[in-house]
Write a protein that binds this ligand. Structure first.
Ligand code: ATP
Ligand code: MG
Length: 318
């Protein structure tokens, strides 16, 4: 049994103009302590998938089908209270912009005390502060800064505070949605290295959401590539790097500078992702694919395990 098992998950936004299938038949497993990179272009459904796993998909989003098992329990059946109690303690979520989660009028210490005591009401303030200090040290923030307000920190430091809050109750799974996109490259790299360090020290599993494959390729154990709501490829990072099989993954890799077989001219993939209100028949990538066969336009390929632990959704692999 995996730590997290997502099976045949489907999430629609039921808009007035029709249903948008943001997550389309997604299945994958996450093991204890694993670092999973979730990659895809804007609008491919990464955030919706991440938010589904903590049951925070905003309306009009609805989980239409599938199961999400954490330690064997399907959280789709959990009550709102039960979900509230596992958020933060068993599974945490870090948003792209820390200021959406940090109150500007509260000191960092108050954020920690409130958060810890919501989950563990018996914890005294002193105990909560002690725990806060330990976790802040873990993420590289000096203990004396605990009395500061969020705006007194740089963007990178604020994201470190969010990471500290997310891990302070020792969750087994942390989902980070583009946590470094707004930061410059050096700060970004340091924060990503921090996630790896924390994983090595505490053994939590991470799902790292990003539109930038180069960011996760070196650091994550596994990579899941999404396109138009579905998984197109899912494999160990090294395997994905050496043997990308889906034409979309191949184009993404070609777009990364400084990779041997990269072609700088191919940075952007021609065409645009499909309109999810009116998706194409057949393979969703077929309108942009240069290697298609006639059936790609009419039939939908299945996600196939081509070699152990390497999954691809493409007819040329069948
Ligand atoms: N609240 C909403 N109402 C209607 N449609 C939505 C809503 N939120 C997202 N969508 C649609 O669902 C699809 C998936 O969106 P999602 O935000 O999950 O993608 P993403 O991969 O996280 O994109 P980005 O990289 O831009 O964050 C998109 O087509 C988007 O337009
Ligand atoms: Mg997103």
């Amino acid at each position: 049994m995996g730590l997290l098992e997502v099976d045949s998950l489907r999430v629609d936004y039921r808009t007035r103009r029709g249903s948008i299938r943001a997550v389309d038949d997604v299945s994958f497993k996450l093991e204890k302590g694993e670092l999973l990179g979730l990659v895809g272009e804007s609008g491919s459904g990464k955030s919706t998938l991440g938010l589904s796993i903590i049951r925070l998909v905003p309306p009009p989003g609805v989980i239409e089908q599938g199961s999400i098992r954490i330690d064997g329990d399907d959280i789709i059946d959990f009550s709102a209270e039960k979900m509230q109690s596992i958020r933060g303690s068993q599974i945490s979520f870090i948003f792209q912009d820390p200021m959406t989660s940090l109150s500007p009028v509260k000191k960092i210490s108050e954020h920690f005390i409130e958060f810890i005591r919501t989950h563990e009401p018996k914890t005294t303030k002193a105990e909560a502060l002690k725990r806060a200090n330990t976790t802040l040290r873990d993420v590289g923030i000096l203990p004396e800064r605990i009395a500061d307000y969020p705006h007194q920190f740089s963007g990178g430091m604020r994201q470190r505070i969010m990471i500290a809050l997310a891990i302070t109750l020792n969750p087994e799974i942390v989902i980070a949605d583009e946590p470094t996109t707004a930061l410059d490259v050096i700060v970004q790299a340091k924060i990503l290295d921090l996630l790896t360090e924390l994983r090595d020290r505490y053994g939590m599993a991470w799902i790292l959401i990003t539109h930038d494959l180069s960011v996760v390729l070196e650091r994550c154990d596994k990579i899941l590539v999404m396109y138009a709501g579905g998984i197109v490829e899912y494999a160990d990072s090294k395997e994905l790097f050496r043997n990308p099989r889906h034409p979309y993954t191949q184009r993404l890799l070609q777009g990364i500078p400084n990779i041997e077989f990269s072609d700088q001219k191919l940075k952007a993939i021609p065409g645009s992702p499909p309109n999810l209100l009116n998706p194409p028949n057949g393979c969703s990538f077929s309108p942009r694919c240069s290697e298609g066969e006639p059936r790609c336009k009419s039939e939908k390929p299945q996600l196939l395990e081509v070699i152990p632990n390497h999954f691809v959704r493409c007819f040329k692999e069948m």
